[in-house]
Write a new protein. Structure first.
Length: 240
């Protein structure tokens, strides 16, 4: 009597010939090997599922860490990372600093719920007026920073800025009330710097923003057109 076994090719043979445990004698070591192979496959599948769940949880946590919870836009942390990447890669870009005018009046008269509704509406507008390759971040209560990828000419920046400024001036309805705001923008371009420095660009855009407010609000000012050595002063009425 000769007892033959598939040996090392058992797994392939079982699959190829559609064999079951009934095709082997109980004492055949092939049965034990097949059980081990099956157990190993089950452990591997469970390990892979666990790894995928962990990666998903990590991705979700990272996404939340870079997202403004109220508006769904990027937050300041995300903005800093994007600016650093652009500066390191020497990509041309425009940086817009937008502040909502008269937002404080909305909060003071209608409450924070109305203010939140206005912020969400402003965020929706900014998302619609920018491209997927651009970045829009909420960096303060009513302040936003837009990073326009590969845009360096004044005409394009001016056109985008004017389009953005026109939309918030339309009345925003909140319940039975009407919220009226506008926006002021300060802009700086990466090409205006020998080596773009994110921190300096933010400072210069902020100065240009206040120049827009001093000019009467609801307008856009380029940092290259003002005296950047002068301190920031706001000569407009207190309401913002």
């Amino acid at each position: 009597m000769i007892d033959l076994s598939f040996g090392i090719g058992a797994v392939d043979a079982v699959g190829r010939f559609k064999l079951t445990s009934g095709d082997f004698p109980p004492t055949d070591l092939t049965i034990e090997m097949l059980y081990l192979v099956e157990a190993n496959a089950a452990v591997f599948a469970e390990s892979r599922n666990l790894t995928m769940r962990l990666l998903g949880a990590k991705t979700e946590a990272e996404e939340q860490a870079f997202t403004d919870t109220l508006t769904g836009l990027r937050n300041r942390r995300a903005m800093d990372a994007i600016l650093k990447r652009y500066a390191d890669c020497s990509e041309s870009f425009a940086l817009m600093h937008l502040d909502l005018d008269f937002f404080k009046a909305v909060n003071d008269t209608l409450g924070h719920a109305a203010g939140d509704a206005v912020l969400r509406e402003a965020s929706r507008i900014l998302g619609e007026e920018t491209r997927a390759s651009d970045a829009v971040a909420r960096v303060g209560g009513d302040e936003f920073v837009l990073i326009l990828n590969r845009i360096s000419d004044v005409e394009t920046v001016d056109r985008i800025g004017k389009r953005i400024l026109q939309r918030p001036e339309k009345p925003i309805k909140f319940g039975d009330h009407i919220c009226r705001i506008s926006g002021s923008i300060g802009v700086t371009l990466s090409e205006d710097y020998a080596q773009p420095d994110p921190e300096q660009m933010l400072i210069d855009a902020d100065k240009a923003l206040y120049a827009s407010k001093n000019a009467g609000r609801a307008c856009l000012t380029l940092a290259r057109h003002i005296d950047l050595s002068a301190p920031i002063t706001e000569g407009v009425p207190p309401a913002r």
